[in-house]
Design a protein around this ligand. Structure first.
Ligand SMILES: Cc1ncc(COP(=O)(O)O)c(C=O)c1O
Ligand SMILES: N[C@@H](CCCC[NH3+])C(=O)O
Length: 419
């Protein structure tokens, strides 16, 4: 289902006209569809239902508590990468026993907080981290439930900045060192070593890298078991890509087949950490055209959203479809424009030479597929308030994070008395 659709010439989110949200909440603002989030999650749950598998929603993709709570109520756990995310997940109603803590640089304080909370699992990414976790757990009289995140040295064939499974990436324990470190983990009093994990990257469009990574984990599992070690769990990470501009992506059923054919007969508990594929196309960024400027060589559409609200185009040259809220008529002209924000950087560019129906100041536009890695990556650069977030359910909507006020932003600075 597409939660965003034109009706009577206007773009709606479920049963709510986006124009009404813009008038009520102001722009820019993020809008999420709870029906779409629910449906995206259910697709995973249904497809994986024949397997011994559990879904830990990757909170980094969209950590609004309304989103986490929606997924928690459907049965998802949470994959977090900081204690801040752990606190958010807990506050949104996810139990500590349903939280997985991944990340390449967990601090000792974070380990203490997660051990005291009693989380489900630590995904450990290096020998140094393993030893620190051991010491920390022993000092608290606890054992840390642990899986080792393996770097399988597989090319995920995605953008270099979001590829995580090659040996040159900072993530995970090199597969060549995995057996030795796993055996060491099994000997440590503060570590309960349970299994393995991997996550080879984000926005994967091809199933082949998954197959080779999972096959490597299956071989490693057999090798470890051959040396008398126990491997009871494998966390397969996230990464399934979404279609930003009509590209073909991996179907969840094909993914499930690849899982079954590689690690499905090892008798282990399986875990997945999807983020983007659950929330990306369940959200959009709503903005207003401030001005249309005719340059010598180009036409610029200047909108009130900027790279501080949605950084993906500036950071990864990512494509987001831009839809006018008023549906263009059949005979509408199309013109090539640069869509830019008001920030003082030439990189504050959402789209270059994009064919679009003509728009005028005051018109509303939507940046599509912005539910993942949108609001969570926002900043206050240029002292721009963080955009509010709105969740829609059927004909209802609610602001799930208000716009940050200027007073809140500016009020945090302290001018030293000794100046
Ligand atoms: C360890 C880990 N798990 C899960 C995810 C979620 O990935 P995605 O949003 O691509 O599904 C990420 C982000 O890439 C990650 O680093
Ligand atoms: N921020 C990235 C995804 C990073 C995935 C996190 N490991 C994006 O917007 O595509």
């Amino acid at each position: 289902m597409n939660p965003f659709h034109h009706k009577d010439g206007e773009l709606y989110a479920e049963d709510v006209p986006l124009r009404r949200i813009a008038e009520d909440v102001g722009t820019p603002c993020y809008v999420y569809s709870s029906a779409a989030i629910t449906e995206r999650y259910q697709r995973y749950a249904t497809s994986l239902s024949g397997l011994n598998a559990r879904i830990y929603y990757s909170v980094k993709a969209n950590s609004n508590q309304a989103v986490i709570a929606t997924l928690g109520r459907l049965g998802a756990g949470a994959d977090v990468v900081s204690v801040g995310e752990m606190y958010r997940a807990l506050k949104a109603g996810i139990a500590a026993k349903d939280i997985v803590f991944a990340g390449v640089g967990k601090t000792r304080d974070e380990m203490v907080a997660a051990l005291q909370a009693g989380i489900h699992q630590f995904n450990v990414e290096s020998r140094g981290e393993l030893l620190t976790l051991n010491e920390t757990a022993v000092s608290l009289g606890k054992r840390a439930p642990t899986v080792l995140r393996i770097n399988p040295d597989v090319d995920a064939k995605t953008h270099a900045k979001i590829s995580t499974g090659k040996a040159e990436n900072k993530f995970g324990i090199d597969i060549a060192h995995a057996a030795e470190i796993y055996a060491e983990a099994a000997s440590l009093p503060g570590i309960e070593i349970i299994g393995l994990a991997c996550h080879i990257g984000s926005q994967l469009l091809d199933i082949a890298p998954y197959r080779s990574a999972f096959a490597k984990l299956a071989d490693l599992t057999r090798q470890l078991r051959g040396s008398g070690l126990t491997v009871g769990r494998i966390d397969l990470g996230g990464g399934i890509g979404v279609s930003y501009r009509g590209e073909q992506t991996i179907s969840i059923d094909d993914y499930t087949t690849a899982v079954m054919e590689t690690v499905g007969n090892l008798g282990v508990q399986l875990e997945m950490e999807p983020g983007r594929s659950i929330v990306a196309d369940a959200g959009l960024l709503l903005a207003k055209v401030i001005n249309v400027k005719e340059g010598v060589s180009r036409k610029f559409v200047i909108v009130d959203a900027a790279m501080n609200d949605l950084i993906r185009p500036a950071l990864y040259e990512a494509y987001h479809e831009i839809l006018p809220i008023r549906a263009p008529g059949d005979d509408a002209r199309v013109e090539r424009v640069d869509v830019v924000g008001p920030i003082c950087e030439s990189g504050d560019l959402f789209a270059e030479q994009r064919p679009m129906p003509p728009v005028s100041p005051g018109d509303l536009v939507a940046f599509c597929t912005a539910g993942a890695y949108g609001a969570v990556m926002a900043s206050t650069y240029n002292t721009r308030p963080i955009a509010p977030e709105v969740m829609v359910k059927g004909g209802e909507y609610q602001v799930v994070r208000p716009r940050l006020s200027y007073d809140t932003m500016i009020g945090q600075d302290v001018v030293p008395s000794w100046l």
